[in-house]
Design a protein around this ligand. Structure first.
Ligand code: ADP
Length: 327
């Protein structure tokens, strides 16, 4: 479990370097999410209960794990972190649930990937804090129920639509995380630069904010690349020009599109006359997993209005075409 916790927390190439905000007041952006959760937290504290189960959904890197840790910190309880692919055998989830302390948080990432058995163990656990175990086999099999401490499940997914409805219905709070705007991202970059001891001009922070696909995890990653570049090539505070040079080396363009984004648009334009083309066809041609294409690459292109999902498949918009031609 300790290993699962560590791997969940340190997904950013193994190093978060203490960049995750710990309290709700340090969590930048997502005003609606924070407002809803602040009220739920306050009510929970007043009633001294466990927080209702929370489902967080949205593209990767927007702060779902961070929010689960913030909630635990605010409630003064521990958060156990795992992900659905690590819960393959029934005993994995049984072990986790049985080891929870009252009011603790259990964070399950990629919860849409839970298998049937794990999901069915979760239903009574979420609803009645009860674990129904089958003992014995064949005609002698019996069900034994164990009482569980009252806990909070925080589920995260990039694909809320893939969650079965019985599972979705058991969450009291269902919240979507949005891409961050430039000023929130700039605040995130300035805060991270302070923690990483990088001297950054405001214009340089703004430039990183413009190029991180609306995503804090990418903002932090670009900041590290800029830090490397500046410590080898530069002197003094990092300027916007240094950011441009560093990010050009990593093939991040002025709007933050990276090589995968451009490959998708180029494929659609080059081989399908701009589309429509189906997700599976595109994924196969790019050698990508369709889930990754849909959950990781496409959302930002949709947000920019460079791509559209139509009933007949994906289509590049006029704006997408113009951006590629200008690049
Ligand atoms: P997700 O679980 O949605 O994939 P994470 O919670 O792991 O995303 O966030 C990725 C990184 O981005 C974190 O390490 C954290 O440093 C940073 N981050 C995310 N959300 C925020 C935020 N609201 N304010 C500041 N930093 C954030």
């Amino acid at each position: 479990l300790v290993a699962a916790e560590a791997s969940g927390v340190e997904r950013d190439g193994g190093r978060d370097e203490g960049l995750r905000p710990k309290r709700l007041c340090d969590y930048v952006g997502q005003p609606e999410l924070k407002q809803v959760l602040a009220i739920a937290l306050e009510a929970t504290r007043q009633r001294q209960e466990a927080l209702d189960h929370v489902l967080l959904y949205g593209p990767p890197g927007l702060g779902k794990t961070t929010m689960a840790l913030v909630l635990a910190e605010e409630l003064g309880v521990r958060c156990r972190i795992t992900s659905a692919p690590a819960l393959e055998r029934p005993r994995d989830i049984v072990g986790l649930l049985m080891n929870l302390q009252p009011r603790e948080l259990l964070f399950i990432d990629e919860i849409h990937r839970l298998n049937r058995v794990a999901e069915e163990l979760l239903y009574p656990a979420m609803e009645d804090f009860r674990l129904d175990l089958t003992v014995g086999a064949g005609a002698g099999a019996r069900t034994r129920s164990l009482e569980l401490p009252v806990f909070t499940l925080v589920g995260a997914t990039t694909k809320a639509g893939s969650l079965s409805s019985p599972l979705r219905d058991r969450f009291g709070l269902i919240q979507r995380l949005e891409f961050y705007n430039c000023s929130d991202l700039e605040a995130i970059v300035v805060r991270a630069a302070g923690l990483l001891k990088v001297e950054l001009m405001q214009e340089a922070a703004a430039e990183i904010a413009r190029r991180c696909r609306g995503t804090p995890r990418i903002a932090n990653r670009l900041l590290r690349r800029v830090r490397d570049f500046a410590s080898v090539k530069g002197h003094g505070p990092v300027t916007a020009a240094v950011v441009e040079e560093a990010l050009a080396m990593h093939r991040v363009d002025a709007l933050g599109l990276d090589a995968s984004d451009r490959r998708l648009l180029e494929l659609l334009l080059g081989s399908y006359a701009g589309g429509p083309a189906g997700l599976d066809t595109l994924a196969a041609a790019l050698g990508e997993d369709p889930d990754t294409l849909e959950g990781v690459v496409e959302p930002f292109l949709l947000q920019l209005g460079f791509l559209q999902r139509t009933p007949r498949g994906r289509v590049v918009t006029e704006a997408g075409r113009r951006h590629l031609e200008a690049a």
